[in-house]
Design a protein. Structure first.
Length: 349
């Protein structure tokens, strides 16, 4: 194993049960032959982290034992496994927080996000990155240029979701694209749509503060659907990226879809909801879902490094490891909170 001097112990934040986090010592993990040891620099708070904190589960994924949350992460490689030859100690990386078998039909087809054996950070029982050190397969530790901050490198993860959504939607230059839901992923989907050459990118939400953020990032039009129905505010569109997961938003989206439009369900909503099947058939709409991403990190890093997507501008709060609970509750305590970031190497800000 190639390494620099690293401590034997670290500190990490564990979700003990609903709404209870404990910061505790733990051994620094040792990398396997194909893994790297990463000193964690920054971790973004995702809606899934908040959901686990508040409810202790997401669908069938249940927190049954103390769990380290956090999967939007960046850091610096501090040690290499014995068979790692394509990474170097000291490299700054964005962490793609999943490991897969590499042998199943889905992996071999390039859809490793659908691998039945996938393990994903902060998804029970797999620990995440609210820790000072983590280990990760070297192929999932993506080097980033010095021009990207630690925060931006961490947010390559949600940007990869948006890149995957854009690919699934096959956005073309000149398309009219509607993004429903102005959370971080929705805002990034709007950025990706513009990068694809969309002629018009609209964003809808019920939160005026977030809609103003969308406008400031270049949205062609923003629509508050709490004040008027979506179909009264927008002409038919070629692509819909549904990022809210809210049943009314999903249903309303089909009403503004142009014939042969592509509808991509990005936000995870209710397990069952009514959809206008007749509309889908008569308009010949193409409807698909998105589950995480595959092979998107290089493109996401290039987009961020080029300046086409501003990741630093999403950050609205910074927290040390002792302040993880404040970061997880920021969306409830601060109406302007968009993307809190935790620094595991710091106790508090």
């Amino acid at each position: 194993m190639t390494t620099t001097s690293t401590p034997s112990d670290q500190t990490r934040a564990l979700l003990m049960r609903e709404r209870e986090v404990a910061v505790e010592p733990a051994p620094v993990p040792q990398p396997g032959p194909h893994q790297v040891l990463i000193e964690v620099a920054a971790v973004g708070i995702c809606g899934s982290d908040v959901h686990y904190y508040e409810h202790g589960r997401i669908a069938d994924f249940v927190v049954r034992a103390p769990l380290v949350l956090g999967h939007e992460a960046s850091g610096t490689i501090r040690a290499l496994g014995s068979k790692v030859t394509d990474r170097s100690v000291g490299q700054r990386v964005a962490m793609e927080p999943q490991e897969t078998c590499g042998r199943c039909v889905q992996c071999l087809a390039g859809r490793y996000n659908l691998c039945p054996q996938v393990s994903f950070f902060a998804t029970p029982p797999v620990h995440g990155a609210f820790a000072q050190y983590v280990v990760l397969d070297s192929s999932r530790a993506h080097p980033v240029p010095d021009s990207l901050s630690d925060e931006a490198a961490a947010l390559i993860e949600p940007l990869s979701v948006a890149v995957w959504a854009g690919r699934k939607a096959n956005i073309q230059p000149g398309d009219r694209v509607l993004v429903t839901g102005a959370g971080p992923v929705g805002l990034l989907c709007a950025d990706v749509a513009r990068a694809h050459g969309a002629a018009w990118v609209g964003v809808s939400d019920t939160n005026d503060t977030r809609l103003e953020v969308a406008r400031s990032r270049g949205a062609s039009q923003v629509m508050n659907v709490a004040s008027a129905p979506l179909e009264t505010q927008v002409e038919p569109v070629d692509v819909i990226l549904e990022c809210s997961g809210a049943t009314p938003a999903v249903q309303a989206a089909f009403g503004v879809a142009a014939p042969a439009a592509r509808v991509v369900l990005v936000g995870l909503g209710a397990p069952d909801m009514e959809l206008p099947v007749a509309t889908i058939q008569v308009k010949e709409l193409w409807v698909t879902g998105v589950f995480r991403y595959a092979n998107c990190y290089p493109a996401a890093i290039a987009l961020a490094a080029s300046g086409a997507v501003d990741l630093d501008g999403l950050v609205t709060g910074r927290f040390g490891l002792e302040q993880v609970e404040a970061a997880l509750t920021a969306s409830r305590t601060d109406p302007h909170s968009l993307k809190p970031v935790v620094y595991p190497g710091t106790d508090r800000f």
